[in-house]
Design a protein around this ligand. Structure first.
Ligand SMILES: [Zn+2]
Length: 221
C-alpha cells in the first residue's frame, strides 16, 4: 500500500498515515537531516527486541526498540537495511525496527509486534507500520546461501539454486501481514538507498565511507 511520504524542509521523510496521530512524532532521516532519537541500541543484526523503559542511550544490544512512555523517542540506524516504524493507534505504543537480511530472516519485525502485544497489550490489527528508505531489489543481489534463507518468505521462487535479488522490504511486509497487521495499514515509501545516492547513505554503494540514517518515533503525550 502506498501512502504519501513527504520530505520536510528539515531533510526528514514522514509518513502521512502516522502523521494523523497528533500524539506522536516520527521521521526517517536522510544525508541532510535526522530525527531526534533519545534511546538507540548497539545493533547486532539479531531479532532481539528491547523495551526502552529504564534503558540509557546506546546501552542495550538488539535491533528493535518499543516504548509506551511519553517524551522519550526511540531510534535505529540504517544505511541499506530496512527501517520500520510501528504505531499502536489504541495504546499509544510505538516501535522502531532495524531489519537487515539477518534480522529479516530471523523475524525481527514479527518479534517486535509480539513484544508490543505482551508488554503493552497491543492488538496487531491496531498497529500501523511505515517502511522507510532501504536497498530495494533493483540493487540487492545476494548469493545463493543468503537467498535460500528467504525461500520461505517467497514461495513463488520455487527452488533457489543461484544468486538472485531479494526484496527485503516485501519480506518484512509479508511478515507483518502474517503477524496480523492489516495490509492497508502498512505503508512503504518505496525509496531505494542505493539508487538515490544524493539523498541517502548506502553501504553497498560506498562500503568504506557510508554514514547512517536515523529512523525514530516517539510519543509526545
Ligand atoms: Zn535501487
Amino acid at each position: 500500500m502506498n501512502s504519501p511520504f513527504s520530505l520536510g524542509a528539515d531533510g526528514i521523510y514522514r509518513c502521512g498515515a502516522l502523521e494523523q496521530f497528533i500524539w506522536q512524532k516520527h521521521g526517517f532521516g536522510t544525508r541532510w537531516g535526522s530525527p531526534e532519537a533519545d534511546i538507540t541500541l548497539r545493533q547486532i543484526h539479531s531479532n532481539h527486541v528491547l523495551n526502552a523503559h529504564s534503558l540509557k542511550d546506546h546501552e542495550g544490544e538488539g535491533d528493535a526498540l518499543i516504548t509506551n512512555e511519553a517524551g522519550r523517542s526511540i531510534g535505529i540506524r540504517t544505511a541499506d537495511c530496512v527501517p520500520i516504524l510501528l504505531l499502536d493507534s489504541c495504546h499509544r505504543a510505538v516501535g522502531a525496527v532495524h531489519a537487515g537480511w539477518r534480522g529479516t530472516a530471523a523475524g525481527i519485525v514479527r518479534c517486535a509486534i509480539e513484544k508490543m502485544a505482551s508488554d503493552f497489550g497491543s492488538v496487531p490489527a491496531d498497529i500501523y507500520a511505515a517502511i522507510g528508505p532501504c536497498i530495494r531489489d533493483c540493487c540487492y543481489e545476494v548469493g545463493v546461501e543468503v537467498a535460500q534463507q528467504f525461500a520461505l518468505h517467497f514461495p513463488e521462487w520455487g527452488q533457489v539454486t543461484n544468486s538472485r535479488t531479494v526484496d527485503l522490504a516485501e519480506a518484512n511486509r509479508r511478515q507483518m501481514e502474517q503477524a496480523g497487521l492489516k495490509c492497508d495499514r502498512i505503508f512503504d515509501c518505496q525509496l531505494c538507498t542505493a539508487c538515490e545516492g544524493k539523498q541517502f547513505f548506502s553501504y553497498r554503494r560506498e562500503p568504506e565511507n557510508s554514514g547512517r540514517m536515523i529512523a525514530a518515533i516517539g510519543r509526545l503525550v
